[in-house]
Ligand binder design. Structure first.
Ligand SMILES: [Zn+2]
Ligand SMILES: [Zn+2]
Length: 283
């Protein structure tokens, strides 16, 4: 059960043992840990409460594992904000599809590759791909792109942004009293879907002229995708808007709804091919 802690801080005696037995230098081993490049508040904890909607720790993309010469779990799959794969666009999983148990790679009696379920031996590379809406994929990709420790630390809205990410389940539905890191991948995907779908927001009864005007104003407000600080502020405001919270900083446009910047982001930064994912879902 201390595997998760090892990834955050590798004790000297364990590092010595690993280095002596593998011939890998200490600095290389340190670079393989989660170290400092992911926001700790957003990491999925290692839990075992058995509830279907609860988080379990590791997530995986079955297609990534299937394509790896030596299958491995990506660092960024530890983030609660991640529900899809950057490479393939499909939804991640956090449970074995055969026995529905969590991925307990620390709980094995013998050394076997980690893409086999410890409990039942199922090959996780064969797991079916769950559906994820294109809007949810865009939200996931957009957050992942701007969500580095460095960007959050340097953005004035960084702490508000992290709090609002953790509060994403409060948009309503089944999980409103939970924080993001306590939920399963499926439950988090549900929350992200509720937030990112345009039809979840109030119907816009503006005239065509007003809509044109809004569109032009919106275009001026959308920063380039490389400006992470501006995107953190934009998303922090958009995530807070629904429940009528104050905006993250003075002088920012208050009436941006989340689907607006997401639509702009999808146009500026198209993700992995949707057709390919659709084809796989259809099979
Ligand atoms: Zn993948
Ligand atoms: Zn299993």
């Amino acid at each position: 059960m201390w595997s998760a802690a090892l990834d955050l801080r590798l004790p000297d005696d364990v590092a010595n043992l690993l280095s002596a037995n593998t011939g890998i230098a200490h600095n290389q081993l340190a670079a393989m840990t989660l170290s400092h490049d992911l926001p700790r508040q957003l990491l999925l904890p290692l839990r075992n409460d058995g509830r279907q909607w609860a988080s379990t720790w590791l997530q995986f993309c079955c297609r990534c594992l299937a394509e790896d010469a030596q299958p491995y779990f990506r660092r960024r799959w530890r983030l609660a904000t991640r529900v899809s794969c950057t490479e393939h666009g499909c939804r991640l999983r956090d449970r074995c599809p055969s026995c529905h148990g969590r991925i307990a790679v620390f709980d094995q009696g013998e050394l076997v590759p980690q893409h086999y379920c410890v409990a039942c031996g199922y090959d996780l590379r064969r797991a079916p791909i769950p559906y994820l809406s294109p809007e949810t994929r865009t939200l996931d990709r957009c957050i992942d792109n701007i969500c580095s420790v460095e960007a959050i630390a340097h953005a004035p809205s960084g702490p508000v942004f992290v709090r609002r990410l953790l509060g994403m389940p409060s948009v309503g539905g089944y999980y409103s009293t939970m924080i993001l890191t306590s939920l399963s991948t499926a439950a988090r995907a549900y929350c992200a879907d509720r937030l990112s779908r345009p039809d979840e927001w109030l119907v816009d009864d503006a005239t065509d002229d007003e809509k044109d005007c809004k569109e032009r104003r919106l275009r001026r407000l959308i920063p380039p995708t490389s400006d992470h600080r501006a995107w953190i502020e934009l998303l922090a405001n958009a995530l807070g808007r629904r429940r009528g919270r104050p905006v993250a900083s003075e002088g920012n446009e208050p009436d941006i709804k989340l689907p607006d910047p997401l639509g702009a982001y999808a146009r500026m930064n198209p993700g992995p091919g949707r057709r390919e994912v659709q084809e796989l879902i259809g099979t």
